[in-house]
Design a protein around this ligand. Structure first.
Ligand code: AP5
Length: 215
């Protein structure tokens, strides 16, 4: 069974590669960022709380995020395995996930760590456009849709995310370096980490992933 964590800084390509892995290996794609954005769209209490942190490029508090993921991982579709994108992001989240994995008998099997230099991240984040309907990511030069401003997958309109600007990116990178990067050491202690060169083409990255996860 594949119980995977996809890690990397903002703009590394977690969402883009997650969609490919999820389709190839038939795994539910669990993105905490997408869950929070959905809650914001639906104007729920969780959404309003998450927005107050996300707009500043700060992490949503652990107790909120852990509860959300715990509930999601207990669902039946995760019995075949799962792909976590953007969780865990702090040591308390990683420790909680280890405990949840033990309780549900679904331990983490792989941590895929996407490595991309900071200069590339700024261009990717500022040039990113996402589908307002299905969330699929595009880029103004690297990954254009077939029809300008329209999602190839569902025909939705492409928009820029509220937190995709240089100012907010600074806080997001700061959070990443201080809170999330230490997780690489945490998971290396369990021998679970595989680095991926995120500057390669998406097809080459998929090949690298296949050599780690198998066909
Ligand atoms: P989240 O939605 O997880 O955002 P993030 O981690 O900042 O990552 P991004 O979605 O910005 O980037 P990505 O790595 O998915 O890159 P993408 O594939 O789109 O989190 C948002 C916020 O929610 C956080 O700041 C926080 O407030 C909150 N949050 C979420 N999870 C939380 C948690 N666990 N705890 C607390 N708070 C949490 O690619 C980027 C661009 O590059 C795209 O345009 C794409 O087309 C392009 N691209 C990707 N790969 C390639 C490639 N190989 N070649 C060329 N272009 C590429």
């Amino acid at each position: 069974m594949l119980n995977i964590i996809l890690m990397g800084p903002p703009g590394a390509g977690k969402g883009t590669n997650a969609k490919r892995i999820s389709a190839s290996y038939k795994l539910p794609h669990i993105s905490t960022g997408d869950m929070f954005r959905e809650a914001i769209k639906n104007q729920t209490e969780l959404g309003m709380l998450a927005k107050s942190y996300m707009d500043k490029g700060l992490l949503v508090p652990d107790e909120v995020t852990i509860g959300l993921v715990k509930e999601r991982l207990a669902k039946d579709d995760c019995k075949v395995g799962f792909l976590l994108d953007g969780f865990p992001r702090t040591i308390p989240q990683a420790e909680a996930l280890t405990k949840i994995g033990e309780e549900l008998a679904r331990p983490i099997t792989h941590v895929l760590n996407i490595v991309v230099p900071e200069s590339v991240l700024v261009d990717r984040i500022c040039g990113r456009r996402v589908c307002k309907t299905c969330g699929a990511p595009y880029h103004v030069t690297n990954l254009k849709p077939k029809v300008d401003g329209i999602c190839d997958l569902c025909g939705g309109n492409l928009v820029q995310r509220a937190d995709d600007n240089e100012e907010t990116l600074k806080s997001r990178l700061n959070e990443y370096h201080h809170q999330t990067e230490p997780l690489i050491k945490y998971y290396s202690n369990f021998n679970l980490v595989h680095d991926l060169d995120g500057t390669k083409s998406l097809d080459s990255i998929s090949e690298d992933i296949k050599s780690i996860l198998g066909e």
